[in-house]
Design a protein around this ligand. Structure first.
Ligand SMILES: Cc1ncc(COP(=O)(O)O)c(C=O)c1O
Length: 376
């Protein structure tokens, strides 16, 4: 039986093994493990790639988001609108920053924040005289959210737009990269992300000089000069080893997005005739995904998942219990039925194996097996 892991990180390691080991060894030998030349170079390279003046390497995507919220110094107990259909970190940081998460629905076809639901929820909160300070737009599975429209909405209302591009580094709308629409954006280099390291790391991007300066201070315990603290900060640094690994991996990044894209196109073509059993993701015109996950909506999702597993194909479910229904967020008074699209997606979504070095044969086998399940 074939064995197709959901994501095979060992395969990509083989591609850069020699280069990586050489560069990492040099870091070991240098004696500089934090705040050194690797991180400085990585920040320059990635700021340049996104075409923003400031990039600050941090310890994870979660800390990147938290540092943005802290640096903005939003009034305590004000509301932050965000999708419920996202990884828990997007909401977790809101609570940690002393703010109130308010969950909003998503679009069925793109899985990203629905502008309509955003507007509705904004008005609902306003009617109750609640103070709203920000929106966190998540670009899920690699596809940019409706960032232009969300930005316009936030500007009109005078609230901040923060971008969670933890799954969408490298994605763009037209020529403008995801991560450059809001006041600041956060990305993650978690091992399964398209640009990833061998552990945890992340980055904050912004065009706002003051914000960049504060994030830099906060991630160093709030220190403004040696052992002098003007802010309540944290230890949020990226380390030199991760920066060195990311510099090597970044050289292959665009090529790997193209490889991911080719696989997605193969899936799209091979699975196109399976409606109404299987609904494929929608990529709006001029939206360029970084294809971090390939997620379909499947009839009898759980049975299909099991069927594929029995054939050696491992799939993923992101996310089977939306955040607004998670026990930890109960106190914010959401209930079943509040976000119908999110709740529907939670029952239907299935992510298929996707990584740059997945072979054509393997993709064909996944397609063949899905067809077999539906008898198509
Ligand atoms: C949408 C989203 N937000 C935030 C995060 C947090 O990133 P990290 O795991 O690097 O803390 C992740 C990644 O895991 C994510 O997918």
């Amino acid at each position: 039986m074939k064995k197709i892991p959901f994501i095979d990180l060992k395969r990509s390691y083989q591609v850069y093994k020699e280069e990586l080991e050489k560069r990492v060894l040099k870091v070991f030998e240098s004696g500089i493990y934090l705040n050194g030349p690797q991180t400085k170079e990585l920040e320059e390279v990635l700021a340049n790639y996104l075409n923003v003046p400031y990039a600050i390497g941090v310890s994870s995507g979660t800390e990147a988001l938290f540092l943005i919220l802290k640096a903005l110094d939003l009034p305590q107990n004000t509301y932050v609108l965000l999708p419920s259909f996202t990884f828990v970190a997007t909401a977790e940081v809101v609570v940690r920053a002393g703010l109130i998460p308010h969950f909003v629905d998503v679009e069925e076809e793109t899985y990203n924040l629905s502008l309509e639901s955003l507007k509705e929820n904004y008005e609902k909160l306003k009617k109750k005289r609640k103070k709203i300070s920000a929106v966190i737009a998540v670009s899920l599975f690699g596809l940019p959210a409706r960032l232009k429209e969300i930005k316009e909405f936030c500007e009109e209302k005078g609230i901040y737009l923060i971008e969670d591009i933890c799954q969408a580094f490298g994605a763009k709308i037209g020529n403008k990269k995801a991560g450059t629409f809001g006041i600041a954006s956060a990305t993650s280099f978690y091992p399964t992300k398209p640009l990833s390291t061998f552990g945890d790391a992340g980055m904050v991007f912004t065009s706002n000089k003051k914000l960049a300066k504060i994030v830099r201070i906060l991630k160093e315990h709030g220190q403004t000069k040696p052992y002098f603290y003007e802010y309540h900060g944290l230890n949020g640094r990226i380390d030199e080893i991760h920066s060195a690994i990311l510099l090597i991996k970044f050289k292959y990044f665009e090529k790997e997005i193209a490889l991911r894209k080719a696989i997605v196109e193969k899936y799209m073509e091979g699975l196109k005739d399976l409606s109404p059993y299987l609904k494929l993701p929608y990529f709006p015109k001029d939206y360029f995904s970084s294809y971090s996950l390939f997620t379909v909506r499947a009839k009898n999702r759980d049975r299909l998942k099991k069927f594929l597993e029995n054939k050696g194909i491992i799939t993923g479910v992101y996310y089977n219990k939306p955040l607004h229904l998670q026990p930890v967020y109960k106190k914010f008074n959401f209930k079943n039925g509040d976000l119908p699209v999110t709740e529907k997606l939670a029952k239907e979504v299935l992510s298929l194996p996707l990584y740059p070095y997945l072979t054509k044969d393997e993709v064909n086998y996944v397609i063949f097996s899905i067809k077999e399940f539906y008898g198509a």
